[in-house]
Ligand binder design. Structure first.
Ligand SMILES: [Zn+2]
Length: 178
């Protein structure tokens, strides 16, 4: 029995609605504001799984780094001080990854989330400018690039290549390509 359907007539209407609009209804965000906020806050945190994945990969290839230094604008996720390089591991939603399915806002409070993401993107640009002004180079890794084992196995060696190309001096200190 479909929830909310009591009489046979109503059940029939509900069944038709379910058949025609069921797919549409599944897309509606059924979570409460509070629950959605908690979920989104958890996504928007430090030391995420994707960050740890990148850190473990770099460490296993001899790259030594620091994490979240408070003295740098935006407290980058990973920094390699030796070659003045910062690495951000961006969540697609929070940082507004364009043309990415994971960058879409939830189905509820669309305007609220859109303005939040817009503000985050603006802040990211300011951080990038500040870092650049201080002589730091920047690499961005998107969460979607590391979503599956297969995509990560393509993305991570590319990141390592970029790092070693940008800072050949760390290759001499023991870093190696996969
Ligand atoms: Zn993405």
């Amino acid at each position: 029995m479909i929830q909310g359907c009591v009489s046979p007539k109503r059940a029939k209407i509900c069944l038709l609605k379910f058949i025609f609009f069921g797919r549409y209804n599944q897309r509606v965000d059924t979570r409460s504001k509070e629950k959605r906020s908690r979920i989104m806050a958890a996504v928007h945190s430090k030391n995420t799984t994707t960050e740890l994945l990148v850190r473990r990969f770099l460490w296993s290839h001899g790259i030594r780094y620091r994490i979240h230094p408070s003295y740098l604008p935006g407290k980058p996720d990973i920094i390699i001080s030796r070659c003045k390089l910062v690495i951000f591991v961006h969540g697609c939603f929070w940082h507004g990854h364009e043309n990415c399915s994971r960058g879409r806002p939830p189905k509820s409070r669309v305007r609220y989330w859109k303005s939040k993401v817009k503000a985050n993107k603006k802040r990211d640009c300011l951080i990038e400018e500040k870092l650049k002004a201080e002589g730091w180079r920047q690499l961005v890794i998107w969460e979607c690039q590391l979503r599956t084992q297969k995509s990560a196995s393509i993305a991570l060696p590319k990141v390592l290549d970029s790092i070693l190309d940008m800072c050949p001096e760390i290759a001499l200190k023991g870093a190696n390509r996969p």
